[in-house]
Write a protein that binds this ligand. Structure first.
Ligand SMILES: NC(=O)C1=CN([C@@H]2O[C@H](COP(=O)(O)OP(=O)(O)OC[C@H]3O[C@@H](n4cnc5c(N)ncnc54)[C@H](O)[C@@H]3O)[C@@H](O)[C@H]2O)C=CC1
Ligand SMILES: NCC(=O)COP(=O)(O)O
Length: 322
């Protein structure tokens, strides 16, 4: 049955994911949770469904059942469950790619638990989803939802060691991140003429070549070439002075060199309600900006705000594409 329902994948069941699913019903978004219902908090009202669009009684969490190998101890990921976490993502993608659901919202996984438990060969959802979609080029955007001017960031290199950044941050990687971000701002965020700011890699954006050469040798020529196509690009900018409010007012998204350069500002400004969006996929995927939060898992105190924001963003993006 065709459905516009968003699928919320369970993520790591020993993290905060299972307790966030019923709390996320407050979003008002039509979604179904995919996972093992034995992992949900006691007294959760849920109804198992066979297809994403099947009806459920009011106030019930629609559940696409996916049995896991082991019960859950909050805060302690069990290697036996790693394969289930991966299988849920793959099954949800299949449904979305077949048009049986309107998009994907993923609850957090533990990259380490999947690697040790199942030899998972991808550093995160972003790379795995790219693979499942046919190895399409993607970009990872984190977007604030409660901050003005908004903070939207895209790291041109993603989940790699810091020591590998200079070699991986090539003009090809940066151009890809800029092009994917530009297209997604038009398609999914309704920004007709996106303004992008591009961060330098080095302190002071290289300070005229005295603190590093990547800006002068690689970023400046690339931005000149893309500007000649009509793109509105600013940079390379010193990363330490491009995220305060007056600076953010001048652009719609910042393309950065590496993970922490991009994610520290957004998570500082809007950790509670930030959303992670994979740009470039043939389907919609959002996620809360936080991780598994093992330290508070199972205590019932995890905030659903970021998951709610992620579900609403997925719904709005699906509506925009429709
Ligand atoms: N999209 C995904 O699947 C993501 C997965 N992760 C994974 O999460 C694991 C833990 O990562 P950390 O760096 O510790 O980040 P984290 O986001 O899990 O936790 C950082 C801090 O924020 C708190 N926190 C997180 N979510 C919260 C919530 N909903 N309500 C209240 N407090 C919350 C935690 O208790 C902790 O103090 C790692 O294995 C990482 O790979 C991290 C980010 C995204
Ligand atoms: N720090 C952000 C992050 O790890 C997101 O990873 P994923 O969405 O690719 O799983």
């Amino acid at each position: 049955m065709l459905s516009g329902r968003i699928i919320l994948t369970c993520g790591e069941p020993a993290g905060v994911g299972p307790e966030l699913a019923p709390k996320a019903l407050a979003s008002g978004v039509d979604f179904a949770w995919m996972g093992d219902p034995r992992h949900l908090p006691a007294r959760t009202l849920f109804t198992e469904i066979a297809s994403p669009g099947d009806p459920v009684p009011a106030g019930h969490l629609p559940v696409l059942r996916h049995d896991f190998a082991a019960p859950v101890v909050p805060g302690q990921p069990d290697p036996a469950n790693a394969a289930g976490v991966i299988a849920v993502i793959a099954r949800a993608v299949e449904l979305v790619m077949r048009g049986e659901a309107g998009g994907l919202c993923t609850l957090p996984i533990s990259k380490q638990a999947l690697k040790t438990g199942a030899g998972f060969g991808f550093p995160g959802h972003t790379e795995y989803l790219s693979h499942l979609a046919g190895d399409v080029p993607v970009a990872m955007m984190l977007a604030s939802t409660t901050v003005t001017p908004p903070c939207r960031v895209v790291p041109a290199t993603i989940h790699i060691p810091l020591q590998d950044v200079p070699a991986t941050f090539t003009d090809r990687a940066l151009e890809q991140a800029i092009r994917i971000t530009h297209a997604a701002l038009i398609r999914d965020f309704g920004i007709a003429a996106p303004r992008l700011a591009v961060a330098g890699l080095n302190p002071h954006a290289g300070e005229g070549g005295t603190m590093g050469r990547q800006e002068a040798d690689m970023i400046v020529p690339l931005l000149d070439r893309l500007r000649a196509e009509g793109m509105d690009l600013t940079g390379p900018l010193p990363a330490d002075t491009m995220f305060h409010a007056p600076a953010r007012a001048l652009y719609d998204a910042a393309v950065c060199a590496y993970h922490d350069q991009a994610l520290i500002p957004i998570k500082t400004l809007d950790f509670d309600s930030g959303v992670n969006v994979t740009l470039g996929l043939p389907f919609i995927r959002t996620s809360p900006d936080h991780g598994t939060a093992f330290g508070i898992a199972g205590k019932g105190i995890a905030s659903p705000a970021s998951t709610i924001a992620a579900l609403r963003m997925a719904r709005d993006m699906a509506a925009a594409r429709a």
